[in-house]
Design a protein around this ligand. Structure first.
Ligand code: C2E
Ligand code: MG
Ligand code: MG
Length: 403
């Protein structure tokens, strides 16, 4: 993610909570030097709460963690119950893993979290991390809620289409395929992401119709790419609830045969996002598809139910490593170790590895250096319409920006 921190607005009012008087002094000076107008101080959590009560306009609380009277964790929890909307920034020499855990705690409690200041924080660190918190979420398109009837009408009117996000080789940048991601081209709201409709569709039984449409259009698109001389696959997301419908393997087979696309060019991405509805039917469909030559991919690997156990019982050909391991990864970090172990396992099990959500050159370079096979993410391309992808293929677009 790009770090525009240095250019973001400074908060006008910051509270420093630190039991060590000297460290407190230094930090206050550095905050003032980085342009914060009002710097308040407290020696521990209890005093901090009193200061917050007297100054409800404090925007950021920079707090030590280990303090004799009410430590930083207790302060964070207490702040979450206050009307104050101040952000919490831990200032500590503690293990990054613990600090990351605090970030989760803050977010779980609905607080904004600007980042972590490692001790001793320099003026540069402060300028990067301590900034005015973003205003509370504006109502966005993500908060739109649609009823079953609205979704059904959209389906009937042909408003659902796949967008495609390229998957490229990390060796040479060549485009190897694309993932189909459902979009609702809404007459009033524009192009809407699955976040606003997938869950409702899963719950109300519309997911079957959607998946059928996405499969049809994706298979047709892949056929066109191959006719253009590109040997590319198309990946389609199938939920467990869809796979738990009897006969699904046959309907996919019919669609593919009708189009003339080779089965190995269709990759079925499976995420277990709901408790397995009917494991028997689901596994049967999966096994049939595998026998017929379709490729299976485990999506969002490493989170939720997409776990090692799934690898045991389903013969996956591809592993998609979840974005949460990829984003911000640095050599020698915990995420790095987990990525390397996952790649080792993928290799031993003869699976193709795909890193999801690569956004930066640094992430690309690191994942390439440890031997990840394929990359997908905004750094390569956002999901684009079928027409745009086809036009790019005809024009010979390079999907990976040059160094
Ligand atoms: P997914 O299958 O894991 O797809 C990847 C998601 O990550 C997509 O979100 C994609 O736009 C997003 N993404 C890709 N690269 C980046 C990146 O560099 N940074 C960030 N921040 N995000 C990135 P999208 O399109 O919103 O889809 C969300 C999820 O909805 C998908 O996750 C998939 O689970 C589900 N979905 C999408 N289409 C279908 C469908 O046709 N059927 C079913 N059952 N689920 C679908
Ligand atoms: Mg997917
Ligand atoms: Mg995924």
């Amino acid at each position: 993610m790009s770090d525009g921190g240095a250019t973001r607005e400074r908060p006008t009012s910051v509270l420093v909570v630190e039991d060590d008087a000297l460290q407190r002094r230094v930090l206050c000076k550095r905050l003032a030097a980085s342009g914060v107008a009002t710097v308040l101080e407290a020696e521990h959590g209890i005093e901090a709460l009193a200061v917050l009560a007297a100054h409800p306009d404090v925007e950021v609380v920079v707090s030590d963690l280990a303090m004799p009277e009410m430590d930083g964790l207790d302060l964070l929890c207490a702040m979450a119950t206050l009307p104050s909307k101040a952000s919490f920034v831990p200032h500590s020499a503690m293990d990054r893993q613990l600090l990351a855990c605090m970030e989760l705690m803050a977010k779980e409690r609905g607080m904004s979290f600007l980042g972590i200041l490692e001790k001793p924080a320099t003026v540069d660190d402060i300028q990067r991390v301590v900034r005015r918190p973003e205003p509370k979420e504006r109502p966005s398109r993500e908060t739109l809620v649609f009823s079953h009837d609205e979704l059904k009408e959209g389906l009937a009117l042909g408003q659902f289409v796949p967008y495609f996000q390229p998957k490229v080789s990390m060796k040479d940048g060549a485009i190897r395929g694309a993932e189909a991601l459902a979009r609702w081209v809404h007459p009033r709201y524009g192009v809407l992401p699955p976040g606003v409709f997938i869950d409702t569709m899963e719950q109300t039984g519309l997911i079957g119709s959607l998946t059928q449409i996405i499969l049809e259009k994706s298979i047709r698109a892949a056929r066109t790419w191959n006719d253009l001389g590109r040997s590319m696959s198309v990946s389609v997301n199938l939920s467990f609830s869809f796979l738990s419908t009897p006969g699904v393997a046959d309907s996919i087979t019919r669609l593919t045969r009708g189009s003339g696309l080779a089965p190995e060019r269709l990759i079925l991405e499976i995420t277990e996002n709901v408790a397995m509805a009917d494991a028997g039917i689901c596994l049967e469909n999966i096994a049939r598809l595998k026998v017929r030559g379709y490729r299976l991919s485990i999506d969002d690997f490493g989170v939720g139910y997409s776990s090692l156990q799934q690898l045991l019982r389903i013969p996956f050909d591809e592993i998609k490593i979840d974005r949460s391991f990829v984003s911000g990864v640095k050599a020698l970090s915990r995420s790095a170790t987990m990525l390397e172990a996952t790649l080792g396992m993928a290799q031993c099990l003869d699976m193709v590895s795909v890193a999801e959500g690569i956004e930066t050159r640094e992430e690309w370079d690191f994942l390439a250096s440890i031997g990840t096979a394929l990359a997908q993410g905004y750094f390569v391309s956002r999901p684009i319409s079928g027409d745009d992808l086809e036009a790019g293929l005809r024009a010979g677009t390079a999907w990976v920006p040059p160094r």
